[in-house]
Write a protein that binds this ligand. Sequence first.
Ligand SMILES: Cc1cc2nc3c(=O)[nH]c(=O)nc-3n(C[C@H](O)[C@H](O)[C@H](O)COP(=O)(O)O)c2cc1C
Ligand code: SF4
Ligand code: SF4
Length: 339
Amino acid sequence: MDNTSQTITVICFSPTHTSRAIAGAVADGMARTRCGAGATASCPSIVRTLDLTLDRSDEPIILTSGETVVLGAPVYAGRVAPEAVRRLKRIQVAAGASIPAIVTVTYGNRDYEDALVELYDLALSLGLTPFAAGAFIGEHSYSTPAMPIAEGRPDSMDLADASIFGGECARKLESPGAFAPFHIKGNRPYKEPSRPASSPAAAHPSGSGTAAAPPAHSAVTASPGTPAIPPVHSAVSASSGTPTVPSTAATASPDRPAVPAVPVTADGCPLCGECAAVCPTGAIVLDSGSMKVLTDPSLCIRCCACVKACPAGMRTYSTPFAAFLHEHCSARREPETFL
Ligand SMILES: Cc1cc2nc3c(=O)[nH]c(=O)nc-3n(C[C@H](O)[C@H](O)[C@H](O)COP(=O)(O)O)c2cc1C
Ligand code: SF4
Ligand code: SF4
């Protein structure tokens, strides 16, 4: 394998752009180290970005020798966002090619639990050769000005950390032991996505750091206890933007608050179409007859891209998770890197 391959390819899924920002900063740091540029220079000619967020095609993405890949994906419920997994599975490594890969996940300041190990395993299964990994922090999808959660992250310090990590990755790739086994935090088997674990022990019944079937490169350890998301029932509130009731809908009770199944749109929306344009799954249809924004709950992944992109502030996703996360996950967490 040519460990010093020059093209760096960022491949990401990033509805609210934080995972892309982190993966891009890692790639830039790697590029600057390779081309010997100063801290403020960049080498855009050798970095290319394949952002799969709005790319719903099934076309394979063929990678050939001579490139290093940086994968970027968000954490949903302590796992890699399922839609990111689906998109990244388009990656194919050309016959005979060896593709070094850096895996990065971005999470909203609660925890990334088993997501980094899962992305590492996915990279391996796709034929890539992961040699470094990092978990970074991005503004939570549910963050609002009234209920901020990691607001504004990744900030300049996060991006600097990601860039420094990219430089370390460049140096590791040039070293003789570039592909030696390395440690990544997380559990195998991964936590169940539908039932947030209250602790790592719940996600890994033995509570030990021994993975069920770890690949040769990776060692895993139990992560420290972090706030788990409280259980809620999904219920559909009457709104102008919700055309159908999802099969998971249930009645709210005092201990189980109602969560709108999808974001909703306030009356008076001018149908500018920005929300539909940024929706990764095509869940939004603008109905000019009724002047309503219709959202298909079976397609919506609750990524909140539409909420953050609405220029009129008319698109909202009201969830009790936001208050919980605002209250319990406000202490600043810092990036963790493994290489
Ligand atoms: C459905 C869903 C589940 C999430 N689960 C977690 C989580 O378990 N831990 C966490 O810290 N953040 C969680 N987040 C927040 C995202 O990981 C975070 O906002 C990330 O920066 C979004 O990445 P993006 O900007 O690339 O879309 C979740 C967000 C969504 C929409
Ligand atoms: S982006 Fe906002 S204002 Fe524009 S169509 Fe969507 S909900 Fe309406
Ligand atoms: S409709 Fe759902 S999937 Fe589409 S952008 Fe909004 S939250 Fe994301």
